[in-house]
Design a binder for this molecule. Structure first.
Ligand SMILES: Nc1ncnc2c1ncn2[C@@H]1O[C@H](COP(=O)(O)OP(=O)(O)OP(=O)(O)O)[C@@H](O)[C@H]1O
Length: 427
């Protein structure tokens, strides 16, 4: 009964979670006798309304919660076993990030937890930051990141150990449509390379695009499960796609169908709004249309970046990160030509910073130092933090400058105070 041979990447047997009340009586049956089987290299979507038990299921799979009854297996074993957990990547619904650590330091931290040697950490971190479009913000504290950017660093963290199984809780939440499209592309690329992916999402269009199979939970139980195509296909209808047709041709088709069955609708096909949005932004950007919401990225390239990148370049980034490519298992190809479009307004700010920052800094420095030697102080700051992407707000710039001014050369002022570090880490 148990998955000793590792036949499945994920298996649960009568998995149940009952949250008791203060007196030990059953309060909520969050997961009820769940039998889940996910094959290796599958992309599986776990769906359900709020409170249906999805996150509780994921937490039990990851041994973050103890089941009240039943068993859960990942990659043929328990996720309590470090040999198993080291092959699993997890993107929680809320990324628990130390807000004062930079993107690079965050990945360093997780890389160390997985015991990756320094040289491996260095190259993987660079590639991951490039892949998720944060290479230009490697030294920026993650506490200043937007929700979409936090999702990106969360994904990089989930991939730091090159996992065989990736568990993603709401991977596209907070991402704009282009970031979402790119995230979906990346999920499909990872699946093409042999990864198994279990994801939870309320964004059904996203699930439909990337998943091979889905399961819909309700009240802690699995309600419906199956292949996306077979669940969604209208079995009693056919659709015929043609190019432009003349009125005459259309009326003849109607006649034929009416003779045969009686009902025929002919209408122009519609784009999905997502496709329309992505195309519109790409066109505007191609035309270098000025905008405060989208820029051509100057940052490094990757999957989730805003810069156009050829398929070969993307593959080579993945080659460095993901070992096990499985060319004999073709997955559904992405229809998305990842486009160059501004998905995060931070990019705009950085562009803007280039022109505004010296004058702005000078003014603030005068304010902070009582009008003393701005030039020298500015030089000191830029020397002490050569690659740092400067934050946008005046308050941030003030903090930045104050740190530079107070820096004793031992980096002490750059470090967050222990009691200021928020959140906890999830390996
Ligand atoms: N620690 C807890 N103590 C008591 N009840 C809990 C606890 N965690 C979850 N629950 C309850 O278990 C049920 C399932 O919650 P769960 O978070 O798994 O749902 P979900 O499907 O992930 O919901 P959402 O889509 O809103 O994230 C809910 O009724 C929830 O209130």
């Amino acid at each position: 009964m148990s998955d000793k041979n590792g036949q499945y990447a994920v298996e649960t047997v009568s998995l149940t979670k009952i949250f008791p009340d203060w007196w030990g009586r059953a309060k909520v049956i969050a997961v009820d006798d769940l039998n889940l089987q996910i094959k290796h290299n599958e992309v599986y979507g776990l769906l359900g309304p709020n409170g249906s038990g999805k996150t509780t299921t994921l937490k039990m799979l990851l041994s973050l919660l103890h089941p009240s009854k039943g068993m859960a297996f990942l990659l043929g074993g328990s996720s309590r076993d470090t040999n198993i957990s080291s092959r699993v990547g997890y993107l929680p619904e809320e990324s628990y990030l130390y807000k004062y650590l930079s993107a690079k330091e965050t990945l360093e931290f997780y890389g160390k937890i997985f015991g990756l040697p320094r040289s491996v950490r260095k190259s993987r971190i660079e590639s991951l930051l490039e892949m998720v479009g944060l290479a230009g913000m490697a030294n920026r504290p993650v506490g200043t990141f937007s929700k979409g950017m936090a999702r990106r660093i969360g994904l990089a963290q989930a991939l730091i150990n090159d996992p065989d199984l990736l568990i993603l809780d709401e991977p596209t939440s907070g991402m704009d449509p282009i970031g979402t499209r790119q995230m979906k592309d990346l999920i499909m690329k990872l699946a093409q390379r042999g990864k198994t992916i279990l994801l939870c999402s309320h964004l059904l269009a996203d699930v439909e695009d990337v998943c091979d199979r889905i399961g819909i939970m309700y009240g802690g139980k699995m309600h419906v499960e199956g292949e996306v195509n077979s669940l969604l296909q209208h079995r009693d209808e056919v659709q015929i796609k043609t190019g432009q047709l003349s009125e005459n041709a259309m009326s003849r088709i109607r006649e034929i169908v009416q003779q045969d069955q009686g009902e025929c609708e002919i209408e122009k096909p519609m784009d999905k709004l997502e496709e329309f949005f992505v195309r519109t932004v790409a066109e505007a950007q191609k035309a270098k249309q000025p905008t405060s919401g989208a820029v051509n990225s100057e940052s490094a390239t990757g999957f989730l970046t805003e810069e156009e990148k050829t398929e070969e370049e993307k593959e080579s980034v993945l080659d460095g990160l993901v070992g096990s490519k499985k060319p004999d298992q073709p997955k559904q190809q992405s229809e998305a030509e990842t486009t160059s479009a501004g998905s995060e307004t931070e990019q705009v700010s950085r562009e803007k910073d280039k022109s505004d920052k010296p004058a702005q800094k000078d003014a603030i420095l005068k304010d902070l130092t009582g009008g003393k030697s701005e030039q020298a102080e500015t030089e000191k700051v830029s020397k002490s933090k050569p690659e740092e992407v400067k934050p946008e707000s005046t308050e941030d710039i003030k903090d930045d400058l104050l740190r530079g001014l107070m820096d004793r050369g031992d980096g002490a002022t750059d470090k967050p105070k222990k009691d200021e570090q928020g959140g906890s880490s999830d390996a």
